[in-house]
Structure formats: C-alpha cells, structure tokens
Design a protein around this ligand. Structure first.
Ligand code: ADP
Length: 251
C-alpha cells in the first residue's frame, strides 16, 4: 500500500488535479486536503468551483488525473473490482435531490438498499425503524415519495444514506432545495451522525448552515483550495493559493 502523505487522515488529497477527459475541463488544481476521522467539514465555493468533483473523487466515481486521493490510508486508485463497491459502502451519500424510487414506499426504498447490500432480512425492520426514527419520520414509512414534502423526502434520503452506519457521510448541497427550517432539520440529522462518530463532509452554498453549526470550512475557488479555516482559529486563515494552475504538479 502506498504510504499516506499525511498522518491520521480519514480522507487525504495529495496534490490532486482533475481534468475531465471528454471536455478537457480542469476542475481541480493541486488540491491538498486532509480530513481527520470524526471531523465535520464544509466545502464551500461558487457553482463550478469543483465541490461535486471533490466529492466524486472521494466516492471514487472519478480518479484524479494528477496526484492521489487516500481513504483510511489507502490510495483509491489501487482499488480493484469488488473493492470499489466495498469502498462505497463506507460512505453515505446525500444529494441535493432526494433520488428516492418513486414507485416504492419509504420503507421499501430503505429495504431496497439493504437487499442490494446483502443485509440479512431479519435485520431489516430494526435498521429501517432506527433510520427513520433518527430523521423523525417513523410515521411515514408507508408513504410514497410523492406523498412527502420536499423536506421530508430529503430526510428519508438521509435515512437511506445512514442505514448502514457508514463511517463517512458526504453531502452535496443537501439543503439546496429546502427552506431554512427544513435545512436546519437536515443539518441537525447530519450533526447527530457526526456526534455518533461519523466523518462528515458537506458541500454547500448556504451561509445559514455555516452559522448554525460552525465547523471547519474549506473554500474552493476555480478548482483550488483558497482557504481552510477551523472555528476558534481566531481569524487566522491559512491561505493555500497554488501558483501553478496544473502546471508543475508532481507525483
Ligand atoms: P461545483 O460542485 O462546485 O458546482 P463541479 O465540481 O460540478 O463544481 O464542476 C467543476 C467544473 O467541472 C465546472 O467547470 C464544471 O462545468 C466541470 N464539470 C463538472 N462535471 C463535469 C463532467 N462530467 N464533464 C465535464 N466537465 C464537468
């Protein structure tokens, strides 16, 4: 296994560049980032800054075109075949849109995940009940997605992402479609998962979230990390402008 360039990181980006091959778009440049186990991190930046690309690299939907992404010390590039699916089981992913299956009820949507993941059927009722209780929607288990409000549907999507108690949760604009009240409910669920020990990375535009639950903030601008700030750093901002926009990234 390749040596981890940083110590103790759950997720580590080492000089990561990402160029989408079909269009030649350079989405990330020389990104260095370490997220420790149990951290809560916001990734902020304008649309097109590279937030989704960064999350896709952690999920290993994409491989970096420069540098390396490590997860629990393992270079994700080294994963083969089945290992990719096993890797993704360690991650609960939440998107802006809920992506529930419209012809299945809430509990069937959750059972579908358990079936795909090979969880023994006798464990399903308790897992589903726990997941729905955590998002305050036990009473909606027989509803179809179209019978839910936008906020409720998003909370079911989070219940689905948390079903297998993944050590890492990635959320891509999870409150993008929600009003403030619903956004704060979603944030509360993510905070609760964090307090149970999960490492949480949230890509967001929402200043309200950052104010409601201050945590580390990584700012992406045009594919580069331009700020990385933890609460309580008293305004001392570590600026990591990378002068070489994709030019000199080594290995
Ligand atoms: P954000 O999530 O911050 O809005 P993205 O990571 O989606 O940013 O996009 C970063 C850049 O990569 C943008 O210029 C975007 O147009 C481009 N991009 C995103 N996805 C693709 C793709 N599948 N193919 C080509 N370019 C893409």
């Amino acid at each position: 296994m390749a040596r981890l360039p940083y110590s103790g990181g759950m997720i580590a980006f080492h000089r990561v560049g990402l160029e989408y091959p079909r269009t030649g778009t350079k989405a990330l440049y020389n990104v260095n980032l370490e997220v420790k186990k149990g951290e809560f991190v916001y990734v902020v930046g304008h649309s097109g800054a590279g937030k989704s690309t960064l999350l896709s690299l952690i999920l290993r939907r994409l491989l970096p075109t420069q540098g390396a992404v490590y997860f629990a010390g393992q270079n994700l590039k080294s994963l083969r075949g089945d290992q990719v699916a096993l890797h993704r089981r360690r991650i609960g992913m939440v998107f802006q849109d809920h992506r529930l299956l419209s012809d299945l009820t809430v509990e069937e949507n959750l059972a579908f995940v358990l079936e795909v993941q090979g969880v023994p059927r006798k464990e399903w009722p308790e897992r589903i009940a726990t997941a729905l209780r955590r998002v305050g929607l036990a009473h909606k288990k027989r509803a179809f997605p179209e019978e839910l409000s936008v906020g409720e549907a998003q909370r079911v999507a989070i219940a689905r992402a948390l079903l297998l108690d993944p050590p890492v949760i990635l959320a891509d604009e999870p409150t993008g479609n929600l009003d403030l009240e619903n956004a704060l409910q979603v944030l509360d669920i993510l905070k609760a998962a964090h307090s149970r020990g999960a490492t949480v990375v949230v890509a967001t535009h929402s200043r309200e979230l950052l104010e409601a639950y201050p945590a580390r903030v990584v700012v992406l601008k045009a594919g580069q990390v331009v700020r990385d700030e933890r609460p309580g750093e008293g305004g001392s901002i570590r600026v990591r402008e990378s002068p070489d926009r994709g030019g000199k990234e080594g290995t």
